[in-house]
Ligand binder design. Structure first.
Ligand code: AMP
Length: 191
């Protein structure tokens, strides 16, 4: 599972990890953007939240992600990108995981990047990808939401010894190598 503020490279690293380990890449943000683009029932409900940079209500996220996670478990596992993102999501995901064999988390990768660099990267991405939520005002809000809603959730995983801090302010390949070394270390230890 990857936890990182917007702009830290979470999506890029999650995709590389899913290819490297041959497992599914489950990005809650990508799933939500697809629902919005296709104007599905869920897409219509979540569109405003995503555009404002607010978190989508926990019940909806859990409803959207439970099926893809269970499907991925059947095929060898998953990299979670962007979920859980609140303490409540983490607690509920833990309840679901406890009842199903083979679903437990092995590592929580926390990518750390300074705020100025995040801001700079998000503005570059805005030029390249044109995401609605990569405007100056929404970027500032998403960074705040990360600090108030998501960062506190890390303590939940730290208590179980799962959190691995990685310096995300390095070239993409260096970040990737650090994550793989850390994850393989976890597996070798059998933790
Ligand atoms: P991301 O692509 O991970 O930056 O997510 C983009 C947006 O999707 C976020 O700003 C939220 O509006 C929404 N989102 C993604 N994942 C979650 C989640 N786990 N819980 C609530 N909202 C989410």
């Amino acid at each position: 599972m990857l936890v990182a503020p917007p702009g830290a490279g979470k999506g890029t690293q999650a995709e590389m990890l899913s290819v490297h380990y041959g497992i599914a890449h489950l990005s809650s943000g990508d799933i939500l953007r697809r629902e919005v683009a296709a104007s599905t029932k869920i897409g219509l409900i979540v569109a405003d939240y995503v555009q404002r940079g607010d978190l989508v209500p926990d019940e909806l996220i859990l409803e959207i992600l439970t099926a893809p996670i269970l499907e991925a478990v059947k095929h060898g596992g998953y990299v979670l990108d962007g979920f859980p993102r609140t303490l409540r999501q983490a607690e509920e995901a833990y309840q679901v995981a406890a009842s199903i064999e083979g679903i437990e988390l092995q590592a929580v990768i926390h990518l750390e990047v300074g705020r100025e660099e995040l801001h700079r990267r998000l503005l570059v991405r805005a030029q390249l990808e044109g995401r609605d939520d990569d405007t100056e005002a929404v970027i500032a809000h998403r960074l705040e939401v990360f600090g108030s809603e998501t960062e506190p959730m890390l303590a939940f995983y730290a208590k179980r010894g799962l959190v691995i801090d990685i310096n995300g302010d390095q070239p993409v390949d260096r970040v990737f190598a650090s994550i793989v070394a850390a994850v393989d270390g976890v597996n070798v230890d059998g933790r």
